[in-house]
Write a protein of this length. Structure first.
Length: 88
C-alpha cells in the first residue's frame, strides 16, 4: 500500500518528526532493491514536483500500523485501486 506518515514505520514514505530543521528528511521505503537508484530517485522527484505544480492533495497521513489493518479496511484496498483506474 502506498501511504505516507510521520510516525508509522510501515508506511512506504515516511517524513519523521524531528526537533531540528537541519535533521528533516524523507524516507522512501518502497523502491525495489534491484531498481536503478538514479531512476528510482528521479521518479520520486518527478512525482513530488508534479504534485506541487498541479496542487494535488496527498490525502491524510496513515499514522497506524499498515501490517495490522482490520479485515474490513484491508478489503477496501482493491475497490480503491479500481476507482483510480476508472478516473483515468
Amino acid at each position: 500500500m502506498l501511504a505516507y506518515s510521520a510516525r508509522n514505520r510501515s508506511a512506504s514514505i515516511r517524513i519523521p518528526v524531528v526537533a531540528s530543521p537541519k535533521a528533516r528528511r524523507i524516507e522512501a521505503r518502497f523502491p525495489d532493491p534491484a531498481a536503478n537508484p538514479y531512476l528510482a530517485f528521479t521518479a520520486l522527484l518527478m512525482a513530488g514536483l508534479d504534485g506541487i505544480i498541479n496542487k494535488i492533495h496527498p490525502g491524510d497521513a496513515m499514522d497506524k500500523n499498515l501490517y495490522d489493518l482490520p479485515p474490513e479496511e484491508e478489503a477496501e484496498i482493491p475497490k480503491k485501486l479500481q476507482a483510480l483506474w476508472k478516473k483515468r
